[in-house]
Design a protein around this ligand. Structure first.
Ligand code: ADP
Ligand code: MG
Length: 288
């Protein structure tokens, strides 16, 4: 199946259910214990993601507090994208993709059977490494694409499209050409268009998978600034292999290695005083 080396074989034994508490960043060493009442938007419990019998993410338990940015860092192939894709049920769309454990959105298990995956993806929007505007659609239609449009509600759709484009800091650049092709936009604008498309249905969570990987420095800076604005409305999880970017945009940083969560902490803490040897080694460039 041509799998990369970091994938480990599945351990067929289910393992003990005890003693595996999700890692809550607020209760990291040095933090006030009382802070652990911060409302949580998403929580993973022993989340394991597999491709067939190969484990890409192993028993990850952590919290994503409301209105914060959490960065997921780690070397290529360590499972960052897979973990992200489990958070909105996209992983299961990959060949052989399946999960064990759970992901709670506002306390409800998105894998629990009571929720429609399409509805989950509307509540947890995602933006990918390369801008993915729908090529045959106009700017307007790209943003409206994720909405459930009911006939005769054109004014409401106009309003939603404008709000989303404003939230993505793109409105002023495109308001006079909403009905022209999205492909005429620059790469950075296309990426902000994808952010507009993701926020249009008013999700609770925004997942960004290396959103600036294909952008120039100016485009990158726009997106990083946007993260600070967007977190006032959404809970953001951003995958990046750029540690400076993680340090600039995030409140919390999770370090993933070989599919396992090594540690998560406040970003300033993790970058200055990591608790784990492996994190320190990665941060100082000794591997990865
Ligand atoms: P990262 O985003 O940190 O670079 P990924 O989540 O993409 O890592 O990959 C984690 C592991 O899962 C890697 O070993 C990779 O080879 C494997 N993997 C990723 N996508 C697939 C796939 N579609 N099918 C099989 N294995 C995959
Ligand atoms: Mg990736």
């Amino acid at each position: 199946m041509g799998l990369g080396s970091p994938v480990v074989r599945i351990d067929p034994s289910p393992g003990g259910a005890q003693g595996h508490q999700p890692v809550r960043p607020e209760t990291a060493p040095g933090e006030a214990k009382g802070a652990d009442t911060t409302p949580v938007r998403i929580e993973t419990r022993r989340l394991t993601a597999l491709f067939g019998r190969n484990i890409a993410v192993r028993e990850v338990s952590l919290f994503f507090p409301i209105n914060t940015v959490t960065a997921i860092i780690g070397p290529s192939g360590c499972g960052k994208s897979t973990l992200l894709r489990c958070l909105n049920r996209m992983h299961e769309l990959s060949d052989g993709g399946w999960v064990t454990g759970s992901v709670l959105l506002d306390g409800e298990d998105i894998y629990g059977g009571g929720l429609d995956p399409v509805a989950v993806r509307r509540r947890i929007g995602m933006v990918f490494q390369r801008p993915t505007p729908f090529p045959t659609m106009s700017i307007y239609d790209n943003v409206a694409a994720g909405l459930r449009i009911s006939a005769g509600r054109r004014a409401a759709v106009d309003e939603t499209v404008e709000r989303a484009l404003r939230q993505a800091a793109l409105w002023d650049e495109v308001k006079d050409r909403l009905h022209t092709s999205a492909l005429a936009l620059s790469g950075g604008q296309q990426q902000r268009l994808c952010i507009a498309r993701a926020v249009a249905p008013q999700p609770e969570v925004l997942l960004l998978d290396e959103p600036t990987a294909s952008l120039d420095p100016a485009g990158t800076q726009r997106i990083e600034e946007l993260c600070h604005e967007l977190k006032t409305r959404f809970t953001i999880v951003i995958v990046t292999h750029n540690m400076q970017q993680a340090a600039r945009v995030s409140d919390y940083t999770a370090f993933l290695y070989l599919g396992e969560l090594i540690e998560i902490d406040r970003t300033t803490q993790l970058f200055t005083k990591p608790a784990k040897e492996q994190t320190e080694a990665y941060l100082t460039g000794r591997f990865g």
